[in-house]
Design a binder for this molecule. Structure first.
Ligand code: TMP
Ligand code: ASP
Length: 240
């Protein structure tokens, strides 16, 4: 059994610990919530437990579908054992429906379905406000090679297909979501981080009620209940 050891890194919603195996780390999920590059802060009671539960479940489903991820096993309510990665500092956002920053940037109303999914890249730099980058920027600044960007885009598309099917069978629209990838010691690119109501927009398919972090960002109330509802659906049986 891998023993939890020193803290390697503390982020806004998670802590990463080293283990006695140099190829493995533990992700610990906190209840802390931030938005707008850390300017809005609070805690959402029980969020860490929910986000670990949904992430472990979804990484398991993605692995079964042939997607390579950092997930090894769920260790406890708040802890996930992971393969150690060097995270590529990009937020890979995939969108199926217009919402959030795309609505602001394009002037298209929230809720309009896209003709085809869009994959976008943002530079993971809170101090710069996570600016959007093109593939040329990513290659020129040596954040990732052109081949790696191609791999990220294809992985995001595949993950979107698997997640859209899973969510729609549980009465949820997967509006958009953010992924992070990293390289293992051999340079292989794996999906890292988490997939949870913090990192996805999830709307009830019928009522379009928001069951995700927009309830926190936009002060919509019923935050804990909505996260719990999303988690129960994601980890539960298909409805149709
Ligand atoms: P956006 O519409 O604000 O660009 O967000 C797109 C998706 O990415 C949405 O599902 C929320 C998620 N996201 C994060 O997980 N972390 C972030 O820092 C941001 C800005 C968005
Ligand atoms: N978690 C991000 C931050 O604090 C933003 C977000 O998810 O809206 O910057």
């Amino acid at each position: 059994m891998t023993q939890q050891q020193a803290q390697l890194y503390e982020g806004k919603a998670k802590i990463v610990y080293v283990t006695d195996d140099p190829t493995r780390v533990i992700q610990y999920f906190k209840d802390d919530a931030t938005a707008f590059d850390g300017k809005k802060k609070d805690t959402i009671s029980g969020k860490g437990v929910i986000n670990n539960r949904t992430s472990c479940h979804l990484f398991g489903i993605l692995e079964q579908a042939g997607v390579k991820t950092h997930f090894v096993e769920k260790l406890s309510e708040r802890e996930m054992l992971c393969r150690k990665l060097k995270i590529i500092p990009l937020e890979v956002v995939t969108r199926n429906v217009v919402a959030g920053s795309l609505s602001k940037r394009s002037g298209v109303a929230e809720g309009v379905a896209l003709e085809r999914p869009i994959v976008e890249f943002y530079y993971k730099r809170d101090d710069l406000g996570d600016p959007m980058l093109t593939e040329d920027h990513i290659a020129a600044f040596r954040i990732a090679t052109e081949d790696e960007v191609h791999t990220l885009r294809e992985a995001a598309r595949k993950i979107n297909q698997v997640l859209c099917k899973h969510m729609s069978e549980r009465g949820l629209d997967l509006v958009d979501f953010k992924l992070e990838f990293g390289r293992d010691a051999t340079g292989q690119i794996l999906l890292g981080d988490e997939i949870s109501p913090d990192t996805c927009r999830l709307w009830d398919s019928k009522t379009k009620e928001k069951l995700d972090k927009d309830r926190f960002r936009r002060d919509l109330g019923r935050i804990e209940e909505s996260y719990q509802d999303a988690a129960d659906r994601i980890c539960g049986e298909a409805r149709q």
